[in-house]
Design a protein. Sequence first.
Length: 483
Amino acid sequence: NTLTNTLSSIKNFIKLRPEIISKSDKRLYRLFGTIAARAEEFNSVQLSVSAHACMVIEKRLKTKSVQFYQVLTQVALSKLESFKILHVSVFIIPLAWAQVQLPRILLDIFTQTTIRNIRAVNVQYIYDMFHAFVQIGVRSSKLYTELFPILQDKFASFPFEEKIDIVSDVATIQKEITDMELNFLPLFAAINSHGNIYCIPTSSHLYLTKLIWSFAYAKIQVPNKLYQSTLTTSTSKIQAFSIQHLILTAWSFATTLDSEKMTCERFFKAFVHRLNETLEYRQNLNEKDIVHALWSLALVGYPESAIFDTLSHALLPHISSSSGSNDSLNRFELSLIYLVYLHYRFTFSEKTCPLEKYADNLRIAYLKVEPFPSKLQRDLSASLEILGTPSHSFDYIDHGLLLHIAFPKKRYAIIVHGPSHFHMYYKSEPRLNATGHFKLRLLRHLGWALTNVYYYECEHKQPQDLQNFLQKKIPKATLENLS
């Protein structure tokens, strides 16, 4: 009790007067050492309070004694049954902050305790608790479905930086837990309406870029003013980014572009300069970083081939020549490389792409991740036959690219854009995303005339209504020519 109370007192003192303690104060670390040595004597309350107090102190000192939290975690395993919901919320926050690898049994029991006692959760800790569960890797749809309404109710009261952390966490779990549907659009709307969003100093560039990452992960259209503001800040602070964060930021800007027209030339020129520096000095750049960098540059139509050559050569050792997948790159990543390869072929047609050797294997990987025909696509195909155009091909493939309804001899196709080709937007109908625009650009390079059909225009229409829709969508002269 004395040890725990002493630690709590120090925590409260330095909140008021942070200058009273320093990293060189050996007494503090002796206290940490004593607590770790006697941790077995602590009950669940004392463990939780001690861990939380140490975190507050170390945040002030900008230190992180990971081994100390690991000791408390091991002791907690023998006392799991005594942890109440308040102790869980207080204990799990410092463990997540210290990035301690938690045993599966501890995660499971803490998760179940929280779900069972959700109404007893202290709202004072709701933000930290939600953030902690996301950071330590808990991916329970039931947990977040229960916590999210409480978080949403309190969202307006959180500081702006915490709001950004929340939307970042929500976007992460929404992307990784496929069976969960959270109504997170109001959170993004609230963020965008925040009066100070465009007044964040450039020293806080990571907050703005984290926000862009969140929009990209959640597949939500970034409002133009926010996009341009973040783009300007990121360009001016580009040397402050780690190369991994910079690649993620470039991917976010590329995937949230609202049109085919490139609007971020200055950023991507600076991005390419940093990439060349990184490769020149042989700094860490793993194969997944390279894939994301290549994909970002292809999406925005970067006009210089040299960086594509450099990154492609760096990626070649990681691409298997005998199969569509390997240990270092998954099938989806290989499919992205195939689209980059097509972009290179069509944009720099006078040159030979370094990926040419593996084109067949990459195309196979791409075709394996393409979705099966949807009911809407089949219904549209049937409606065309009724309208007198039976000569079309269903799911025609050209250079590995799938055309849902194609007339190969006429080089004409109808492209049905499903939800994956769209950003969500909280002010208007969905907008075609950068990936959708990119695939259309590739098909036009191949000489196809295209009519775009968007899922929300006709997904609930009856057969007769679909026929009427197609007659309005396709010019009469084109329809007669196809017939």
